[in-house]
Write a protein that binds this ligand. Structure first.
Ligand code: HAM
Length: 444
């Protein structure tokens, strides 16, 4: 289905013109989520809700549209997202607004705006919704995608990082998708400044071996060079100084404590010295979740997050240590599908209402409503006329009973109750049909 949609997206406008009417497609990188996918999305959503409830997180919704400066100030102006991927435009009143590329900044804004620091800390929040990034679309990468995320605001202790990592891991683990955790610490403002200086010096010495993109990035965001996937940069990266050697004592202790907890819990993690993440607000712990065996692939992270102790104060709030993660819903749904997860069966129906002719359909729709109101799970196909296809549909749904109304039944004011297993039929007064069915189904 994904391939079909991608093929359509790639058609030229001319190919799409049929009988002089241009057929409008969804925008590039934006996709419709049809029922076949929704089944997997529901699995994702139900798991998120269950985890949120077990771990005591409450749901927050923030607007899709925010003042653009919220993201410039939080994600950072030298990041890919802010530099080239945001959907920014002027609102009708002249405000510069942006479709949110992520929701952590919005959560931090809401934390300040609603004085959530006055409530018992930490605030444990989860969210689910659409995000927008004008990236180059490819498999698993869209311009309009969904994320769900968990955030803990107002807690500095390593256990908060651990709960966040545990949630991110458990989501996949419990849905039967083997994943691993890549983890690093990028220190605090102080120890990172020293490291960045050392790193810049190192990369300057290697400038001639770097790709063109890294040469440009070296001025503005040298840590992002560690993230480069270009072949020619790999040997340079391998010998680069490692941030773990530069961490100050409190940052080192924090990171060690996080790792000890992970060991205690037996979670599969890998130290990744080049993991820096693409958003500027992180401090200390950063991590990403990968499908087992896909750790090296670019753009393959199923989710990621970390600590962002300065974000709330950067946005004007009081100092508030915090951490969180987000997973992409499309990537989650497709991984679950690949893992061959068996979908839960559709809800079983109790009866099928079949009708023959227009008069019968009128009676049937009323009976359908009466059954539904009485708590009977009822199926129908009002769009078919023949009895045979309707009974075949009833068979397929494996309902125990079919209620049949034909022309004779309309005249007599009756309905046929057919036992689908034995084929036995009985005729009952249409006004008593609901009661009779309830008796047969042992519904009180
Ligand atoms: P992020 O790494 O930018 O982090 O995005 C998290 C996840 O969202 C990715 O791992 C991926 O699954 C999904 N994602 C991102 N971009 C796309 C795209 N273009 N198409 C499909 N899926 C995508 C954040 O957004 C942070 N707010 C996470 C966080 C929460 N950090 C702390 N709290």
């Amino acid at each position: 289905m994904e391939e079909k949609q991608e093929a359509l997206e790639n058609q030229s406008g001319e190919e799409q013109i049929k009988k002089g009417v241009r057929i409008i497609q969804a925008l590039r990188g934006m996709k419709d989520i049809l029922p076949a996918d929704q089944k997997y999305w529901k699995l994702v959503f139900d798991k998120v809700v269950a985890l949120a409830s077990h771990y005591g997180f409450e749901r927050y919704e923030t607007p899709v549209l925010e003042e653009a400066s919220l993201f410039n100030r939080s994600i950072g102006k030298d990041t890919d997202i802010v530099e080239k991927e945001m959907y920014i435009f002027e609102d009708l009143d002249g405000t510069k607004v942006a479709l949110r590329p992520e929701a952590t900044a919005s959560l931090a804004r809401a934390y300040i705006q609603h004085g959530l620091w006055n409530q018992p800390q930490p605030i444990k929040a989860w969210y689910w919704g659409p995000m927008f990034r004008h990236e180059r679309p490819q498999s698993g990468r869209y311009r309009n995608f969904y994320q769900f995320g968990f955030e803990i605001l107002g807690e500095a202790a390593p256990i908060a990082d651990v709960i966040i990592i545990l949630l991110a891991y458990n989501f996949y683990h419990e849905l039967g998708v083997p994943v691993s955790i890549q983890i690093n610490s990028i220190g605090c403002v102080e120890c990172r400044a020293k490291y960045v200086e050392e790193l810049t010096q190192y990369f300057r010495g290697q400038r001639s071996h770097l790709c063109e993109f890294c040469k440009k990035r070296l001025q503005r965001n040298p840590m992002r060079l560690l993230d480069c996937k270009e072949e020619q940069c790999q040997p340079v990266k391998q010998n680069a100084p490692q941030i773990l050697d530069s961490l100050c004592d409190p940052c080192r202790e924090h990171f060690m404590a996080v790792l000890e907890y992970l060991d205690e819990l037996g979670l599969p993690y890998f130290l990744n010295h080049s993991l820096v993440r693409g958003l500027d607000y992180y401090t200390r712990t950063v991590f990403e979740i990968y499908a087992a065996g896909e750790e090296g692939a670019s753009q393959a992270a199923l989710g990621g997050g970390g600590r962002y102790d300065l974000l709330v104060s950067t946005l004007g709030g009081r100092p508030t240590p915090a951490c969180g993660f987000a997973h992409g819903v499309e990537r989650a749904a497709s991984k679950i599908r690949e893992a061959g997860r068996v979908l839960p069966l559709d809800e079983k129906k109790d009866v099928f209402i079949a009708q023959l002719g227009e008069q019968a359909r009128r009676k049937a729709v009323v009976l359908f409503e009466n059954c539904r109101k009485a708590g009977i799970k009822v199926a129908e196909n009002f769009y078919k006329n023949g009895l045979r296809p309707q009974l075949e549909a009833a068979d397929k749904l494996q309902v125990p009973y079919a209620l049949i109304i034909g022309q004779k039944e309309v005249q007599d004011g009756t309905v046929i109750i057919r036992d689908m297993e034995s084929g036995n039929q009985e005729i009952v007064d249409i006004n008593k049909a609901v009661g009779e069915v309830k008796k047969k189904l042992f519904l009180s």
